[in-house]
Design a protein around this ligand. Structure first.
Ligand code: PAZ
Length: 334
């Protein structure tokens, strides 16, 4: 009851994104088409969520996530025949193109000119052909729907709408929630309209005429940010929005002593299928699966298979030849 009230309050107070109707129309058609064809559908969420401090947003809080986990996992789901709704943070990594973007190397470095035509360098042919074929197959079958969000509120509106559309799929729907979702935010009724001023002479001008004090404001020369907790909607997803679906959530921590405890806590609290735990600095090569069925199970990329990149250590998950190497991946369980 309290969770339902929190949901009602949140969505009554936080306005939906402008592109929500367009996203919902696309998702309804996509899910309906694949459900009719008997295909399994997965919603993959990916990337960070921002917390705007002003309605006309100049400043916002963000987090570290690049969308590597989500984009990479989406490729695996597609390779296994799923239809994927990829709900991602705008401009974060995308399936397939991630191999050639967000890199210190430009995608143009993979190509050269030959007799007035653009060709891919010989050394990249095999890998690019493999990626291109996978991408073309997903496109040909229309199995990848890409939706985007920027803020925490846009993310939650999209998640709720897509989840409700997937509800009729029952157990053949999967939710794979890899996005790094903000725990705190500025509610609409505590947000200033205009850019927060640092010059004391202009302070009052930026303030919204509200009964509540603005959540982000300057006091003297300091910026004070007083955020409120984002309601935990996993419970609503599990119990209400898509009760029969398989739900996989992620848990990120920085303290190794807390990771498994918190993953188990989430599993007990929300009673869904699987929590995948990871630590910030080792997330690219080790994760822990925590489930009712199997308890705690670590999966590690062996040290010898972690690759180096020009920017330092790079994981298999982030590297261009990741998928090929993962084919021969040996799980090192402990
Ligand atoms: O996007 P990325 O590959 O850089 O990081 C992935 C991740 C750590 C965001 C993901 O694995 C995860 O743990 N997501 C949930 C984070 C959380 O809200 O606890």
């Amino acid at each position: 009851m309290a969770a339902q009230q929190a949901e009602n309050d949140y969505f009554a107070n936080e306005p939906p994104p402008r592109d929500l109707p367009a996203n919902t129309t696309l998702a309804r058609a996509f899910i309906g088409r694949h459900a009719a064809g008997g295909r399994r559908v997965v919603l993959v969420t990916s990337g960070g969520t921002t917390v705007p401090l002003e309605t006309q947003t100049v400043r916002y809080i963000d987090n570290f996530s690049a969308g590597t986990r989500g984009a990479t996992s989406a490729e695996y789901f597609l390779a296994h025949g799923y239809a994927v709704v990829f709900l991602h943070r705008q401009f974060s990594l995308l399936p397939y193109s991630r191999h050639y973007s967000h890199n210190t190397r430009s995608f143009l470095d993979y190509m050269r000119e030959e007799r007035g035509r653009v060709v891919v360098d010989a050394q990249h042919q095999a890998e690019m052909l493999r990626v291109l074929r996978e991408y073309a197959a997903a496109k040909r079958d229309d199995r990848l729907l890409i939706l985007s969000y920027v803020t925490i509120t846009e993310y939650l509106w999209n998640l709720r709408e897509v989840a409700k559309l997937m509800r009729p799929l029952g157990p053949s729907a999967i939710f794979y929630l890899a996005a790094a979702v903000s725990d705190f935010f500025v509610p609409q009724d505590r947000m200033v309209e205009h850019k927060i001023q640092s010059n004391e002479e202009f302070l009052a001008l930026g303030r919204a005429p509200s009964a509540k004090p603005p959540a982000a404001r300057t006091e003297g020369k300091s910026l004070i940010i007083d955020l409120e907790p984002v309601p935990k909607f996993l419970k609503q997803l599990v119990d209400g929005w898509a009760p029969d679906a398989m739900i996989v959530s992620f848990k990120l921590e920085t303290d190794p002593a807390l990771l498994v405890k918190k993953a188990q806590y989430a599993l007990n609290k929300y009673a869904h299928h699987l929590v995948i735990g990871n630590l910030l600095h080792t997330r690219k090569w080790e994760v822990v699966f925590v489930s009712e069925l199997d308890g705690e199970k670590w999966i590690r990329v062996p040290r010898s298979r972690r690759t180096k990149s020009f920017s330092g250590v790079q994981s298999l998950v982030g590297s261009a030849d990741h998928a090929a190497k993962m084919d021969s991946f040996e799980a090192d369980e402990s």
